[in-house]
Design a protein around this ligand. Structure first.
Ligand SMILES: [Zn+2]
Length: 304
């Protein structure tokens, strides 16, 4: 009996050691937002250990930099950034983390927006003092599943630069993910096809990539400008426009004021629909494909 217990204990200890060793062997990646965490996990598979600085329900434009975020960055091999100034707060956290792997210009600092065709680039210089949070164009490209091939290519390249011996595995994981995404894309395209041309109002102008992908258009935003709260006069205009153009849906982000959006929707005879503005933003949206699934289904249902 005692011997059996001893053997059992020995196995348990070995098990712990193996787990600790494999965790230590993994490439430590920090992503600024959950979408990039989810996509890095798809590409990196068992070879990566990924953490996200922002949570899915937060406003990714404004993250409070706490010591816990710096701690996450301290031992990171790679930092995946969204870029286009969505997550420029990451710089403050990096400066507090004292980790040369991920300082600006180091090979471990990865801007995932490389190669993305940016929408809503301002035609005039945007004065940041006015509080506009999209000065370089719309940074919310990861909401469009059609961008995932570019994003995952950037991620695969960065992982392969860090661990070139695993290049083939990263590419194999990426292709397997893209195959699943393609299947889902066919389903999403079918669901959205009858709604082509439909107009929606958004709370924060975050959805243009997703809407454009499926032929929908953004008629107005509740925010006066990106990141600037709605003024009563602006809301009155939006309500009138929604009635005139018979717009049936307001898209709301989990971090925005649902009460306000619902009040506007009620006045305009429309519905306020909460979509996952990032992976984990709503219940069930716990992978990249699941988040897009939720958004497409909720949007199609509300517009039907
Ligand atoms: Zn934004």
């Amino acid at each position: 009996m005692l011997r059996a217990l001893r053997t059992l204990l020995a196995f348990a200890v070995i098990g712990l050691l193996v787990t600790a060793a494999s965790a230590a062997d993994k490439i430590r990646v920090v992503a600024t937002i959950p979408d990039l965490k989810a996509l890095t996990e798809e590409v990196g598979g068992k070879l990566v250990d990924v953490e996200s600085l922002a949570r899915g329900t937060q406003n990714a434009h404004e993250l409070e930099i706490r010591p816990s975020l710096m701690l996450k960055l301290r031992r990171a091999d790679l930092l995946m950034e969204n870029g286009l100034e969505l997550d420029s707060w990451a710089e403050v956290a990096v400066q507090g983390a004292n980790n040369p792997n991920i300082v600006r210009g180091a090979p471990g600092r990865v801007d995932v927006s490389h190669g993305i065709q940016v929408l809503e680039v301002p035609s005039t210089r945007v004065d940041r003092s006015m509080g506009d949070v999209h000065p370089l164009g719309n940074p919310h490209y990861s909401l469009d599943p059609g961008m995932a091939p570019i994003i995952t290519q950037n991620i695969a390249d960065a992982l392969a630069r860090f661990a070139s011996e695993h290049r083939a595995e990263f590419e194999k994981n990426r292709q397997a993910f893209l195959a699943r995404l393609n299947e889902a894309m066919a389903r999403w395209t079918r669901a959205m096809e009858p709604l082509r041309g439909a107009k929606v109002v958004v709370y924060h102008p975050q959805w243009i990539y997703l809407l454009s992908r499926f032929g929908l258009s953004q008629a107005a935003a509740l925010e006066d400008r990106p990141g600037i709260p709605a003024s009563p006069a602006h809301l009155t205009r939006v309500i009138r426009q929604m009635k005139d153009e018979q717009i049936k849906v307001i898209i709301v982000e989990p971090w925005n004021d649902l009460k306000l959006a619902t009040r506007v929707a009620d006045e305009a005879g429309a519905k306020a629909v909460v979509l996952a503005s990032m992976v984990g933003g709503v219940k069930g949206a716990d992978s990249y494909i699941a988040a897009i699934d939720h958004n497409v289904n909720a949007l199609a249902q509300a517009l039907r």
